[in-house]
Ligand binder design. Structure first.
Ligand code: F3S
Length: 428
C-alpha cells in the first residue's frame, strides 16, 4: 500500500506513540482490504463513550488512555491519547442521568459514561450522542471522505449527502480520529458507487413514512450488501422518510449506498445511476404483493394485541416527528400500564422542549429521551412484553434483543396503541 511521507512519519512515531499505533492499525486494515492508499478525511463519527463491562475494567486498570488504546486502537501499549486530529463526534451511546428513574439502565453505566464524556470532550470529541449526526450539524459535503460508523448514518451520508464512507468500526474510527486517514477503498472510490440492482415500484405508490420504511426493507432484501437504484411510482420523499428508508435497507440487507434518480445527488437518471455504458439490470418489482409481504414480515413477531410499550424515533426523531407525535397526544392520556418513548438527539430535544412539544407529550404520560435507544442500551420499560413501533429497524431487531413481541405500523397507529393499550393496526 502506498504511503505518503506524512503517513510514514506518523507510522514511525514522529507524532507520538498513540498516532503511531493508529497508523499501524490503519495500514494493517488497509492491507486486509486491498486498499492501494489511504484517504485524507476530516470527519469521524465513532463511539468512544458507550459504557460496557470491558470498558469499565480497562478504565479501572489504566484510565481512559488504556481503554482507548485497547478498544479504539487495538493496542496493548501504554499510550497517552492526544487531542483528536480531525473533527470527531460521538454517535449514540448509553442513557444519561436524566433517564434515571425512567429507563431501567444501570447507574454505574450512567456514571462511567459521564466520566467518558468529560475525558473525550477534553480531547476534542463532540458529544453529539445520536445515531443521526447529520440532524445536529454534522453534514459532510458531497464527495467528502469520512470515517463513520452506524449503518443508518453511513447509508444517509453516502446516499442522501453524497459523502463517502464505508461502514467503519470502533477501532478504525478511533485510528482515523488521530490521523485523519482511512483506507481508500469501497465506497470511497467512484467505481464502487454505481448501482447494482434496480428496484422498480409499480402498481402501488410509496408516499407515506411507513411506505418508505417498507420499501427500504424490500430494497435491502433485494440488494444485500450492494447498491440498489430505486425508481417507479414514488412520491418525493422528505429527509425523515429517507432516514427511515435507509435505516430499513441497512437492516434487511447491508446496504451502505443507494440511488433514487432525480432525488439523491449522484444519480440524475436510472441509466446514469448504473454508469454510462452499463446495461440496466432487470428490475425487482415492488408491487402490492411485495408490499404486503414486507408488512407481514415486520409484523410476524406480534401475536398479543395488548401493547405495553410504544417506541418512536429510530433512527432518532427529527423535531418535526416529535411535533407530529405531540399533536396526536395533545390533551390525551396514555392507557394505564402503557409507556411511550420517543428517542431523539439531545440537541433536538432541547428544541422540542422550547417548542412545547415535550411538555405536551409528558402531560400525556409519554417521554422524549435522548442519547440512546432500547436496542443500543438493552433497556425497555420493566415488564415489557409487547411493543409497537413505526420503525422497521426496531421491529426487526428489538424482539431478538429483548425477547418481546413487536407490531410495526404508522405513527398514528402507534400513538393510538399508547392511548388504548391495544394494537389495532393494519395495512391500508
Ligand atoms: Fe438509532 Fe437505536 Fe435506531 S441507535 S438507528 S435509534 S437502533
Amino acid at each position: 500500500m502506498f504511503l505518503t511521507d506524512e503517513e510514514k512519519r506518523m507510522r514511525d512515531g514522529a507524532e507520538g506513540d498513540a498516532v503511531a499505533a493508529a497508523m499501524d492499525l490503519l495500514i494493517r486494515y488497509g492491507y486486509a482490504l486491498d486498499a492501494e492508499r489511504l484517504c485524507d478525511i476530516r470527519n469521524v463519527a465513532g463511539t468512544m463513550t458507550q459504557p460496557s463491562p470491558v470498558k469499565a475494567r480497562l478504565v479501572a486498570e489504566g484510565g481512559w488512555d488504556k481503554a482507548f488504546a485497547v478498544i479504539n486502537l487495538d493496542s496493548d501499549a501504554d499510550l497517552t491519547v492526544p487531542p483528536m486530529r480531525v473533527p470527531t463526534c460521538q454517535l449514540q451511546h448509553g442513557f444519561g442521568p436524566d433517564s434515571a428513574g425512567v429507563v431501567p439502565y444501570p447507574a454505574a453505566s450512567v456514571a462511567l459514561q459521564g466520566d467518558a464524556e468529560a475525558f473525550y470532550g477534553r480531547h476534542g470529541v463532540n458529544i453529539l450522542a445520536t445515531c443521526t449526526p447529520y440532524q445536529v450539524g454534522n453534514l459532510p459535503l458531497r464527495g467528502e471522505h469520512c470515517a463513520w460508523m452506524e449503518s443508518s448514518a453511513v447509508i444517509y451520508a453516502n446516499s442522501v449527502l453524497g459523502a463517502r464512507t464505508n461502514c467503519e468500526g470502533i477501532a478504525s474510527t478511533g485510528a482515523a480520529s488521530l490521523t485523519g486517514k482511512v483506507p481508500c477503498c469501497g465506497n470511497h472510490l467512484d467505481e464502487n458507487r454505481r448501482g447494482t440492482h434496480l428496484v422498480w415500484v409499480s402498481g402501488t405508490t410509496v408516499e407515506s413514512f411507513q411506505d418508505w420504511g417498507m420499501l427500504g426493507y424490500f430494497a435491502g432484501s433485494v440488494a444485500g450488501e450492494d447498491r440498489p437504484v430505486i425508481a417507479g411510482s414514488l412520491s418525493r420523499p422528505d429527509l425523515t422518510e429517507l432516514k427511515h428508508f435507509g435505516a430499513a435497507a441497512a437492516t434487511s440487507g447491508g446496504v451502505e449506498l443507494y440511488h433514487i434518480p432525480g432525488i439523491t445527488p449522484e444519480a440524475a437518471s436510472v441509466e446514469s445511476a448504473f454508469g454510462t455504458g452499463t446495461a440496466v439490470p432487470e428490475a425487482a418489482v415492488y408491487g402490492p404483493a411485495e408490499r404486503r409481504a414486507v408488512y407481514e414480515t415486520l409484523n410476524e413477531i406480534g401475536s398479543s394485541t395488548d401493547v405495553d410499550f410504544v417506541l418512536l424515533g429510530c433512527p432518532h426523531a427529527s423535531v418535526d416527528q416529535i411535533r407530529q407525535a405531540a399533536a396526536l397526544l395533545d390533551g390525551k392520556r396514555l392507557a394505564a400500564g402503557t409507556e411511550l418513548w420517543i428517542m431523539a438527539p439531545r440537541a433536538l430535544k432541547v428544541m422540542a422542549d422550547r417548542s412545547g412539544y415535550t411538555g405536551v407529550i409528558e402531560r400525556a404520560g409519554g417521554r422524549v429521551l435522548a442519547d440512546s435507544c432500547p436496542a443500543m442500551s438493552r433497556a425497555a420499560p420493566l415488564g415489557t412484553r409487547v411493543f409497537a413501533t413505526d420503525s422497521a429497524k426496531q421491529a426487526h431487531y428489538l424482539p431478538a434483543i429483548l425477547g418481546i413481541e413487536a407490531w410495526f405500523g404508522t405513527l398514528e397507529e402507534c400513538v393510538a396503541a399508547a392511548l388504548t393499550g391495544r394494537w389495532d393496526g393494519g395495512l391500508r
